[in-house]
Design a protein around this ligand. Sequence first.
Ligand code: ADP
Ligand code: MG
Length: 633
Amino acid sequence: MAQITVLSQAVADKIAAGEVVERPAAVVKELVENSIDAGADRINVEIKNGGIKYISVEDNGKGIPAEELETAFLRHATSKLSKIEDLFEINTMGFRGEALASICAVSEVSIVSRTRDCDFGMCMSVKHGAASEKTEVACNTGTLMVVENLFSNVPARMKFLKKDSSEGGYVTDILGRMALAAPDIAFRYTMDGKEVFSTSGDGKLKNAILNIYGIDHAKALCEVDYAEHGVRVHGVVGKAELARGNRTRQTLFVNGRYIKNHVVSKVVEEAYRNILMTGKFPFFVLNIDLSPQLVDVNVHPAKTEIKFANEKEIYNIVHCAVKNALYKTETKQQETGKDSALTEKAGVQLTDRAEVSPAVVKEFMQKTIPSVKNSTAPYVFNEPRYDKDFTVDYGRPSQGNEITFNLSDMAKEPENDTPEVKEETLIPEILDFVGSETKVCETRVVGQVFDTYIIAQKNEEMFLIDQHAAHERKRFEMLKKDYFEKKTMPQQLLAPIVIDADATEIQAVAENKELLSNMGFLMEEFGRGSLIIRETPFMGDEDDIKTLALEVISALSDNRPVGVLSFEERILDMISCRYAIKANKKLSILEMEALVRDVEELESLGISTCPHGRPIKLSFSKKEIEKGFKRIV
Ligand code: ADP
Ligand code: MG
């Protein structure tokens, strides 16, 4: 057995570097954050070969004093924090003093920096942690950092990088979001010699959105600005037409820092209930500004996850802010006469508290549902897990038959934690609407039995549809198409999942890396005896993901076809099955209608069974039923 030894500083640095800089996008993020912290209002970023070969970040910030240049590269060297109490008062992006040291440990860095009160700049380079002598150079105030040949001394890390184009895509994604977070900074971003975007830095979020996402997005926005209990939520949310089948165009900043927080996404999506179909995700760029003391950003080294001190209250404020913005925009439109039909007909007044009558809800649905008929976008039934004690209160219909969104109510503890209560408040509206508008779906959904089968009717026939079999087949077809066209959209897990694995399993994963990634999985070895799952084909709950991963890995190790399915199809089916709605799950009418449309679409392709060959649908003609009741002979 190997002796226990203390790691050398160089090895320890490389390991630590892996935590902070996983890929070129993380380097860009850290460098740009430093530029922002230095007060820059102009930042130019250039990358080559996805950032693996070359990254440069140039800013006009305050620069690094010549005598501090070397210190900036030391681990835990920071100008932003000196005593532990400061940790709770942080307003800057960085504070751990790790980024530069980490980047230098795994690449070749050149830095040129000049402060305003110095007539010349200083230039220095650091290769794999070893620094060169400093030299004086003539340059403008500010800092230029060039990072070349990332991970050239850490082959294990290098192996996990994706194609240049994918890595470049991650850089574009993160930089776009940073530019949205700071509309008052002029960003210019160039990839392989071509400008990808540049923002004007005029301080207007809408203009930054125009520069990054284009005119269609800039035209369909509702402004959000709402403050309560010292928490301010501001930014924009997109109108229904900007909604997508995934969450990639949702951006959240907390105190200016880009954050991934599923619960906030869910809360925003709840505010769109009745406006968007299940499986459609709204566009948004939202900022939550609150006292730094209420946030613990230190929970993850890459700092994209946070914890709020008083989560529930913050989520409620976000919900209210978005709801207000959405319904206020409707009010504004009628005021300007553009869309007066809406509340005129409904005969209600929309106030700041966004009191919405069922009639308005119906109008919204009428406006949005017909467009859904032709939609082929996937819908998602598996939702990320909520905190057990968190429920958004939609308000319940009061005597006046109105649905009232009232903040003080929202701040209260929900009386009942089960989501079904929420469903019940809305289903009568939906039923009413669906009944009055049979055009929407030619096949009419009648209901659900045993929480497992959908009953539907079309012309002279009645159907029973097995919800799990139908959804599984739909997912299977989607996945198969994406897989063979190499278009799978992996979902990055908020918190990667670690599973135990033996040597054969680890080897099976390593050998099938490409197949797995084409299926939407990113799994890699994580220390001895374990694998880490970072991306999955769909969002799901942790237990489901673990079980699925283990199933898939064991299938990979015994690589053989089963029954009617090829080896690859067998794995795709495991994924579809795990993420399909289960039997024994109550569905809303809208969900059932969506499923019925999918069944019809599958039938039009000649598909009538689940991937294993079990039927999706049973039909009973009116005649058969009448015969059964001896109405006819
Ligand atoms: P942190 O940002 O967490 O303090 P870093 O390793 O990212 O740690 O940076 C170390 C220090 O180097 C910063 O605290 C800052 O003083 C200095 N620094 C880094 N980049 C810049 C820059 N672009 N402009 C001015 N100072 C910088
Ligand atoms: Mg930093």
